[in-house]
Design a protein around this ligand. Sequence first.
Ligand code: HEM
Length: 362
Amino acid sequence: MHSFLSKLPASRLHRGDGNGKIAGKTGLHAAMAEHKPQPAVSHGFTLLVSLSTLLVFVVVVLSAYIRLGDAGLGCADWPACFGQIGVHDNRSLAEGGPLLPPSAARSFHRVAATLFGFFVLGITFLAFRHRKRGGPDVVLPLIVFGLTVFLSVLGVVTPSPLIPAVTTGNVLGGMAMLALLWWIGLRIQPQTAPDSAAATQLLPWARLALVVVAAQIALGAWTSGSFAGPSCAQLSGCESANFSVQNLARGYEPTRRLERDAQGKVMTDASTPVVHMTHRTGALLTFLYLGWLGFKARTGGGHLRTSGNVLLAMLALQIMLGLAGVATGLPLLLVTAHNAGAALLLLAVVNLNHRVTPNKQP
Ligand code: HEM
């Protein structure tokens, strides 16, 4: 009997019609299945969360690709053409043009974003339905839903690429949705990690890592939104960066709106290289902190060791992408990959947080 039951797919043993009746099963087998508690979340919910996580990653990276392409990264007459917003690079791939033409990127983005919106609606609906059977908290799905609405409205009301705060809001909003969906997906998995002393000790540091990586992503998005990428072309640094209080205040003015000259090119000033170099300084601090945390997690053994390894790998990848981007004159694909690398690094930090967070008490 045992071997017979063990050959059945687990999902068939779990699935009921919600009224305690098991479709297509009879006798002892049905009775056993009837006594199985209903899982806290349905397969549909798990599938929707997984697909949405994948989709929001695609949407985040495609939006970066479109925005950076519009700003002129990798344009034909680089760097003179940088800052001529929306003058698209229509060269073919053979002529050194973009791998993905801007029009195709926009179409993919629209389809993925629309599909994502429907999936988030589905997740929110199912989260409410699963509440009674001990499913995940509805707060996080509601936040994801709220962010989706907020970002759609932000895109319509302030479509200008000249406001660094809007660019930063868009990047952070997308990353937050990705992180939340990843977290929901991790927390609905059967929990295997035992609560250990090492995990308890790491918990506050892992939480702080979330703040550090979010701040570094914000600094990167602000650099991009301030059109500050090409202002420091040297890997060794930027001689023109004068870290005066005035330049810092101007560079990070929350309501700043960039100006354009008579030719329509975005104008920069003395605060632009300061914004760039602040992001690089943040990268050094992030590297030191996450590097320390990754090595500390490795000493915890088991899942913590794996999470530490993943964190270190993503950190190394992201730093290398940043350095390579500057060294090669900010090609569009490499800077887009730097955006994707930031997303993966954030997921690695969320994953470590999952590993050190105690299991939910039944
Ligand atoms: C943990 C480390 C890092 C993180 C999390 C990070 C994150 C980011 C993010 C999210 C952006 C915005 C991308 C976009 O427009 O969507 C960005 C932009 C940028 N990052 Fe980083 N970064 C890191 C390290 C570095 C390093 C080491 C460098 C180079 C030394 C670098 C150079 C740049 C530059 C130049 C831009 C602006 C690109 C542009 O012109 O738009 N970053 N970064």
